[in-house]
Design a protein around this ligand. Sequence first.
Ligand SMILES: Nc1ncnc2c1ncn2[C@@H]1O[C@H](COP(=O)(O)OP(=O)(O)O)[C@@H](O)[C@H]1O
Ligand SMILES: [Mg+2]
Length: 394
Amino acid sequence: MSSYLDRIGAGLVLNNPEVFGFDFIPDILVGREELQKELASIFGSISHPEGTARAVITGPVGSGKTALAKRFCKDVIRHLADKRNIRHVHVNCRNAATPSRVMQKIVQDLDPGHPDRGLGVGELLTSLRRMLSNSNSHLIVILDEVDHLLRRSGDDIIYKLMRIDEDRDGTGTLSTILVSQEQILDLLENAVLSRVGRSNHIRIPPYDENGLFQIISQRRDLGLVTGTCPDEILELVAQAAAPSGDARQSIELLEGAAKRAESSGRSIIEPKDVQRTVITMPNNVDSMNIDDIPVHAMLILLGLCRRLKKQESVTSGIAEKLYHVVCEEFDESPKGHTTLWKHLKRLAQEDIIVTRTAKAEVGRGRTQHISMPHMLPSDVARRLETLIPTKIRR
Ligand SMILES: Nc1ncnc2c1ncn2[C@@H]1O[C@H](COP(=O)(O)OP(=O)(O)O)[C@@H](O)[C@H]1O
Ligand SMILES: [Mg+2]
């Protein structure tokens, strides 16, 4: 039989594709212990029969807000299993930006058979109250991307959810976690704000390169066949995603690179798999900002690109040698050391290359390790080979 189907399920590189899925949340959130503790302390009273809590989580895209909120709910439900019957609902307000959509989503999640059609917000709130008191459970509602709801419909439904106990005899029925990318406290009215409390606000910073490295290293261990993805590949992925600090982007890049390696029939991920994936990603750095750099920066870059086709990174010492070779090829006399450093710095500032300083293994001084995570070195080299002659002639 034809072998074209052999690749299906071959799992040369990917052995658990689901860990790269959108909804996958690992048991351990890497490097977020402090934030998890902060959230846990806001929810300190939830172990008591009537305790409730309210938290706000804000941070940039891909900083792990949703993961933090969902992981917390799952963990706390398990942690308090023998003390309290806690449930949680995650509402993405991008898809539910009106009070009735929010209420439908909550009620439907708790009781998939609930007839919500045609019920008003008040009736849905009554149903919710009844469901929770009948099952004697406490509900944590995560209102994710809540800015969509606030802008479209204000905070009335949040207020009503927070007051669900106030005019009945129930107590401790419901907790809320509001999650959003931007500063949302400004969008909240005083009535809600005073119920949330400014001190219950957790601000999440974006991930830095090292944070991203740790996250994708965890995904590699969970999702890829051992030995298919060297650390250097993770470094390249982390560098590529570092300008955004977006963990989602780094995970997608790793997955994309793994798939590329696999579909080429390889069982090891190579730098080009990462670079090719990066250039297909929507918010990829404009690769054409190389047109305006000085000629000698181009010559340096060309030397680098030729080597970076074959390996992840090049040291600055080697970069200088490669530059000399390229100068000879184009009949230019090489500039000195200082100029080389100046150009390398500029190339890094423009996100064309990424440099990392490491202590030299022999002798004194610093060595830089140069890589190119955002672009495909072979593409850049090709472009430079046509650009450079036109610049030199002038
Ligand atoms: N600390 C972390 N450890 C492991 N995975 C993480 C961590 N932070 C984020 N992620 C993963 O990165 C992706 C983006 O996180 P997410 O919570 O959706 O970000 P946000 O909601 O802030 O946009 C998700 O796949 C999530 O599982
Ligand atoms: Mg999110």
